[in-house]
Design a protein around this ligand. Structure first.
Ligand code: C2O
Length: 514
């Protein structure tokens, strides 16, 4: 499926403060919803989009109008389908310029380019997903990565269509890098050119210079690049950062060409990319992020939560986990041992608004039901989660801290965890098990990155904080689509506060019904 026949879909260019009205008509053959990744839709969760969480899907022939306002956000976000694996082809950039009369906190670049890193299957991705649901095995890895929809010169198909970024010698340009891949963190480099990171997830950062960017699915990273090399042609390239040992991944490399005016037509040079399992480079890069402005990091904590991020395995004969796997087991994933299952009859938000019982419960555990050595050798008895649609209830305005602890169930892995409806401060991270006695002393409460998606280091933890001031139902999940399907998700139910501005709006009249 595509949007308006384009792949990637149209770039939305707006200003901070704008209200967007997007009429989505489903002319395809699958049910679909759209999500505005990273937009903190104050008071309008009805426009957020994850299917069966905030809305029922838009069925073929139906129309739904998304309406939301961008409040106090500038930089690069993006939009994508939020139904099964349809975001493989349904995604695009959301560029938010500063308000009229204000400007970037860095020198205005001569040019700007969205750089959408995507993932391509030669088969219908919905069938790839369907097959894995039946067999219980991991879905087939992709056939290619893409830059702005094109795989580039290292694949035997489309060299004549490789994406080209035209620049002039001496000028500085801005790349808005978006990882729209379904299942893979990526390393990104440009031959012979340094990049200066200035923004991530639509929040300005203290600038720093690097040869390589590591970006997880869901994340965006803006970099400034100066065309300071001899006029010529230079590859930009992206390849996998695959953090889980012994897990299959697509090991191909996508390229695009940075082409100087009068740079000739010689074969471009390839950049040196880290090897696929270079966790040290990934960690060192991630550790350099600092917010440009001093944040308002919560210091008093009302809700101290500890969530384990687990893969798992379950027996196919259990209801709601059916499969036809030869060894009768299926992969699964969970947070605090709960594998999230989406309702099918209604969306959670509609059920909450209409007080419909039986759609969800609010007993998501604040801590794991069993404590164990999370990153050690975990006994098989702890590999099996329970299934449920469990939410965690938050009072309006509560100050929340979550420790996201990766576990060694099946394998350790970097999970890009995304929270809908909020940005959060990433106040700390570390290897091994979180230690509540010693680790908080090292938290950065001064200028931590303020993001909507953060990776848990493989076999480590990350600490995030936010203020729950956006009422509604907000999904938190791993942005690797293969893991969402296995249940690596939960949702918050944020209660109303006082008065109209702190109260969930009624649903729009055209909200799709299930
Ligand atoms: Cu970018 Cu729930 O997704």
């Amino acid at each position: 499926m595509t949007v308006n026949g384009q792949f990637p879909g149209p770039t939305l260019e707006v200003r901070n403060g704008d209200t967007l009205i997007i009429k989505a008509t489903n002319r395809g053959r699958y049910n679909i919803t759209l999500h505005w990744h990273g937009v903190r839709q104050m008071r309008s969760p009805w426009a957020d989009g994850p299917e069966f969480v905030t809305q029922c899907p838009i069925r073929p022939g139906q129309t739904y109008t998304y309406r939301f306002t961008i409040e106090d956000q500038e930089g690069t976000l993006w939009w994508h389908a939020h139904s099964k694996w349809l975001r493989a082809t349904v995604y695009g950039a959301l560029v938010i310029y500063p308000k009229l009369g204000s400007s970037y906190p860095f020198r205005r670049p001569a040019k700007e380019f969205p750089v959408l890193l995507g993932e391509w299957w030669n088969r219908d991705p919905m069938q790839v997903l369907q097959q894995s649901m039946v067999t219980g095995a991991a879905p087939n890895v992709s056939d290619a990565y893409t830059i702005n929809g094109q795989p580039g010169d290292l694949y035997p198909c489309s060299s004549q269509d490789t994406t080209i970024f035209p620049v002039r010698a001496g000028e500085t340009f801005l790349l808005r890098i978006i990882n729209a891949a379904l299942n893979q963190q990526l390393f990104f480099s440009i031959a012979n050119h340094q990049m200066t990171v200035v923004e991530a997830d639509a929040v300005y950062t203290k600038p720093f210079t690097t040869n390589v960017v590591m970006i997880g699915p869901g994340q965006t990273t803006n970099v400034l690049v100066t065309a300071n090399q001899p006029p010529g042609r230079y590859y930009m390239a992206a390849t996998a950062y695959a953090s889980a040992p012994n897990v299959a991944y697509d090991n191909t490399t996508t390229t695009a060409i940075l082409e100087y005016q009068r740079g000739g037509s010689s074969r471009p040079v390839l950049p040196q990319l880290p090897v696929w399992n270079d966790t040290n480079t990934a960690k060192a890069f991630t550790a350099r992020f600092r917010s440009l402005s001093r944040g308002e990091v919560p210091t008093r904590i009302d809700e101290n939560l500890f969530f384990t991020i687990n893969l798992g395995q379950i027996n196919c004969s259990r209801p709601s986990f059916r499969c036809q796997a030869p060894n009768n087991t299926r992969f699964t994933a969970s947070m605090n041992n709960v594998s999230f299952s989406l309702p099918t009859r209604n969306s959670i938000l509609q059920a909450m608004y209409q007080n419909t019982p039986g759609v969800f419960t609010t007993d998501f555990p604040p801590v794991p039901p069993v404590q164990f050595d999370y990153t050690g050798n975990v006994s098989r008895g702890l590999w099996t989660p329970v299934s449920g649609t469990k939410l965690y209830r938050l009072k309006f305005g509560s100050h929340v801290q979550i420790i996201l602890q990766n576990t060694n169930i099946v394998t350790v892995e970097d999970h890009p965890m995304h929270l809908h409806g909020y940005h959060f401060y990433v106040v700390g991270s570390g290897q091994g098990n979180f230690n509540p006695k010693t680790d908080p002393a090292r938290f950065n409460l001064v200028d931590p990155p303020f993001r909507n998606t953060v990776g848990t280091t493989p076999g480590g933890w990350v600490a995030i904080r936010f203020v729950a001031d956006n009422p509604g139902v907000w999904l938190m999940h791993c942005h690797l689509d293969v893991h969402i399907g296995w249940g690596l998700a939960m949702a918050f139910l944020v209660e109303n506060g006082v008065g109209e501005l702190q109260t969930l709006e009624p649903p729009p009249l055209d909200l799709p019904q299930c």
